[in-house]
Design a protein around this ligand. Structure first.
Ligand code: NAD
Length: 476
């Protein structure tokens, strides 16, 4: 085991940032301005629960306000701390710039173990946290817009939105104060699956260029690729589900809090997910080998490793033993800066977090726009689109009649062609486009610059350039 001290999460992000800016020609003052976290608010508040007052500590960190509102999820976990929230806020700045979501970076967290509380207790705590943030404009449709993260989901976002609306009864845009809400409370179709879906689109784009696939020492397409996933929560579950059910990948390993499951011929992701929901863990799942030391499964042979749980899991203690030639960082910060150095030297290709999990903020952006425009995507165009397509089909049919021929398209052609796009299709199309374009911008730097040997540095270069351009344009 290495005796070198691992940097903190925020230091790790800064080290990666520094590696990229060393290759840029930014004025030192601007470089520093972009790196630092603008503000972090700590709130401590009491909630009366089970007959006594419990004090909770929460954070909301604003990394960069080069664009507003700032955006970033709220995490509920006992380990939440200022360093972590600031690291995550910085990643949000770079992520939003990379995928051209017009936001600055922010992040929030509450020190709580959500599993220890009843639903009504969590609602009280969440509403009180939202109140503390909203009264300081740290939740606000035009200034700071949270979203789900680890330990939070649609339910918490609905409570936050409602709390904000109660405090701002005349704000017509109140629903845009938070994203990731349920559909019936101002959410958007496809948000829950968005981050996992983005991981799928990212891998699809990676496999479109044989040069990239070759760099990872792989060949062919996603079909048949062996994948190990850590964390079967929102992000990991959706990524694993789509990759196995739609792209032919084989999920050979799943790691959760209580260990790892392995089955060389493939795990049924939905079945494991249902088992996890029912039993609170994966142990006892029948169609796989279970080992208590889940982290050891990270080191198992596979084609693609998807850490989708928490930060720092690939670090100085295990990086050397990681065998996967391709890692896609679905979680934020799963690979520490030290581990990143080791893996790069080994030739492991890493698709970095700021790109890989940007699907969530991308669809959050669509939700925010939907809330501000007060109309569902596709509502105006859908039937008109169908009517125009019907005209084409009618014309083709009458043309073939006139020629004395029978027009016989494939059975589902008419059904597919005539259907106007609904909100979910539009969201997926916008997400796919975003993930492709952002990857292509990284790929260009990765391939074209002799001094850039990895996708993470390429991602930082693209995003820091965008943030710098923003500061230059508007002044400080
Ligand atoms: P989640 O709470 O839905 O899921 C996390 C999963 O990881 C849970 O199933 C949990 O049991 C598991 N887990 C926790 N500790 C573990 C451990 N030590 N080993 C193995 N598994 C463990 O959270 P999520 O929303 O899926 O977020 C996961 C990661 O993705 C986080 O890093 C988060 O910041 C990042 N992320 C999430 C979103 C989003 O839209 N939810 C967007 C971008 C990035």
């Amino acid at each position: 085991m290495s005796t070198i001290k691992e940097p903190s999460f925020r230091e790790s992000v800064d080290l990666m940032f520094n590696r990229a800016v060393a290759l840029m020609d930014l004025p030192p003052g601007l470089e520093e301005k972009i790196r630092v976290c603008n503000a972090t608010y700590t709130v401590r508040f009491g909630v009366r629960l089970r007959g006594e007052i419990q004090t909770f500590t929460g954070y909301r960190s604003v990394h960069s306000e080069h664009m507003e509102p700032v955006k970033g999820g709220i995490r509920f976990a006992p380990s939440v701390n200022q360093d972590e929230v600031e690291a995550l806020a910085a990643l949000m700045t770079y992520k939003c710039a990379l995928v051209e979501a017009p936001f600055g970076g922010s992040k929030g967290g509450l020190c709580i173990n959500p599993w220890e509380y009843e639903e009504h207790e969590l609602e009280l705590v969440t509403r009180r946290f939202a109140y503390e943030l909203a009264k300081r404009d740290l939740i606000n449709p035009s200034q700071n817009v949270p979203a789900p993260d680890m330990g939070t989901g649609e339910r918490e976002m609905a409570w936050i939105a409602d709390q904000y609306a109660r405090m701002n009864t005349t704000d017509i845009n109140a629903r845009a104060c938070v994203t990731g809400k349920p559909l019936n409370a101002g959410g958007i179709s496809g948000r829950v699956e968005a981050t996992g879906r983005g991981v799928q689109y990212a891998l699809k784009e990676f496999f479109r260029d044989p040069r990239d696939v070759e760099k990872a020492g792989l060949a062919g397409s996603l079909d048949g690729k062996r994948i190990i996933v850590q964390g079967l929560g929102n992000v990991g579950y959706h990524a694993a589900k789509f990759l196995s059910q739609e792209n032919g990948a084989v999920i050979i390993g799943i790691i959760e809090r209580d260990g790892g499951l392995f089955n060389a011929s493939g795990l049924d992701v939905d079945a494991v997910h249902q088992w996890l929901a029912k039993h609170g863990g994966i142990s006892g799942y029948p169609d796989a080998t279970h080992s208590e030391n889940g982290a050891a499964l990270l080191e198992e042979e596979c084609d693609i490793l998807i850490p989708a749980a928490l930060e720092g899991v690939i670090n100085l203690t295990n990086a050397e033993r990681i065998k996967a030639p391709l890692i896609i960082e679905a979680a934020n910060g799963p690979v520490t800066a030290g581990a990143d150095d080791i893996l790069r030297k080994k030739g492991t290709v890493i698709i970095p977090d700021m790109y890989a999990n940007a699907g969530g903020v991308t669809v959050s952006y669509f939700e925010w726009v939907k809330n501000l425009s007060h109309i569902r995507f596709g509502r105006m165009q859908r039937r008109q689109e169908e009517a125009r397509h019907q005209l084409v089909v009618d014309q083709l049919e009458s043309l073939s009649d006139a020629m004395g021929k029978t027009w016989s398209p494939s059975p589902d052609f008419k059904q597919k062609y005539l259907r106007g796009a609904d909100e979910l299709e539009l969201v997926r199309s916008g997400l796919d486009d975003t993930m492709r374009i952002a990857y292509q911008s990284m790929r260009e730097v990765w391939h074209d610059r002799a001094d850039v040997n990895d996708l993470r540095t390429a991602a930082y270069l693209v995003s820091i350039n965008k943030v710098a351009a923003s500061y230059r344009a508007k002044g400080l």
